[in-house]
Design a protein around this ligand. Structure first.
Ligand SMILES: NC(=O)c1ccc[n+]([C@@H]2O[C@H](COP(=O)([O-])OP(=O)(O)OC[C@H]3O[C@@H](n4cnc5c(N)ncnc54)[C@H](O)[C@@H]3O)[C@@H](O)[C@H]2O)c1
Length: 348
């Protein structure tokens, strides 16, 4: 299912093979991936009917109204069960397109072509699709697997630096929950993030694919992938609803900082390891865009976290680098204290 072409020709050959026998294809893009990524593919071979559907870049496109428009376009273009939706973009396009395809006519085939490093190592892997609802992230969605994911880091040449850093938050998360060697590579590398990414992409992907293979439905181990996301998603949600959006990665990186502070007390994370993690986050990701959000708003947004059970916050914390612990109960007071420590660290 995963393909890693090394040239445009190889890329097109893979697509040609995947599209054999398909009646129609729609390519879903946002305006940035239409401008920067679509021309690099050089047209879709072997298909008579190809349509491009464009949405605005950004989180606002993960919306049921946008889905309705896309379903209507699928209908009007005569898409059927033998058609395919190709999602060419970052996590917004892969989440949205995956959801639209997995629900249209009870599910048509879709292909992910992720164009951000975040989508390459995370959003396009693991079969979660979805949109936001009532200003809350990813409340409506499906588990559905694409027929293929084409990973081509060459797309990253045009990705803005803040987005590249955002993707590295998820790479770092993968290292922290399961791959100490990947953490060492990230920490010790002298390369720029753009140079480093192709070297670590496979390891970062492997963390997610192997966890998902063992626990697709997120009954236990898959929850590890939510490290940093309990507070991270809440920060992202609140910042977005206040029209001061931050990248997913900035929110997750801040959430990981808070989770490190919780891990000291609740999981016995060693001080030296915790400090190494905080330093790696600081080196890799510029967190200055994160506004200071009111604790009450963040704690309220955390109530909607899908991992919570019985009214308690359920965090993923670290016993050590590469060793994650799921289902850690955290009280509201402890979460508030971790938020304060996170902001103090960021302002130091
Ligand atoms: N389904 C999952 O398992 C999963 C996992 C992690 C994150 N996500 C979701 O992914 C989303 C974030 O994804 P993202 O960080 O990729 O954001 P994104 O899709 O918003 O892309 C970031 C920005 O980069 C632009 N862009 C994308 N590729 C480009 C390229 N090659 N050149 C120039 N510009 C380009 C986009 O237009 C956008 O403005 C969030 O909605 C998050 O919830 C989903």
């Amino acid at each position: 299912m995963f393909h890693s072409p090394r040239s445009t020709q190889e890329f097109n050959a893979i697509l040609e093979q995947l599209l054999q026998g398909k009646s129609k294809a729609i390519v879903l893009v946002d305006s940035n991936t239409l401008e920067h990524c679509w021309p690099r593919i050089g047209g879709l071979p072997a298909l008579k009917d190809v349509y491009i559907l464009e949405v605005s870049p950004g989180e606002d496109s993960k919306d049921l109204d946008i889905c309705q428009g896309l379903w209507a376009e699928c209908l009007s273009h005569g898409m059927d069960r033998n058609s395919v939706l190709i999602n060419l973009g970052g996590g917004v396009v892969t989440d949205l397109g995956g959801f639209v395809a997995s629900t249209f006519q009870r599910g048509i085939d879709f292909i992910h072509i992720p164009t951000t490093n975040l989508a390459m190592v995370d959003a396009a892997i693991g079969g979660k699709t979805g949109v936001n609802f009532n200003h809350l992230k990813n409340q409506i969605g499906t588990f559905a697997e694409p027929i293929a994911v084409i990973l081509w880091p060459a797309f990253l040449d045009t990705l803005p630096q803040e987005q590249l850093e955002s993707g590295f938050a998820e790479v770092l998360k993968h290292a922290l929950i399961a791959d100490p060697e990947l953490f060492r590579q990230l920490r010790d590398s002298k390369l720029t993030l753009l140079e480093l990414f192709p070297q670590i992409m496979d390891s970062a992907c492997r963390v997610k694919t192997s966890i998902v293979a063992r626990d697709h439905a997120e009954r236990d181990e898959r929850k590890k992938l939510n490290f940093g996301h309990t507070i991270g998603h809440a920060l992202e949600t609140v910042a977005w609803s206040m029209e001061q959006p931050v990248t997913h990665g900035v929110a997750v990186a801040a959430g990981m900082i808070a989770a490190v502070y919780l891990s000291f007390d609740k999981c016995g994370l060693a001080a030296a390891e915790g400090e190494a993690i905080l330093e790696a986050i600081r080196q890799m990701i510029d967190l200055s865009s994160l506004p200071h959000l009111a604790d009450a708003d963040v704690l309220k947004a955390m109530q909607y976290d899908k991992k919570n059970e019985g009214g308690a916050f359920r965090f993923v914390l670290l016993r050590g680098i590469g060793e994650a612990e799921i289902n850690c109960d955290v009280s509201e007071a402890e979460a508030q204290s971790a938020l304060a420590q996170m902001y103090a660290y960021l302002n130091a």
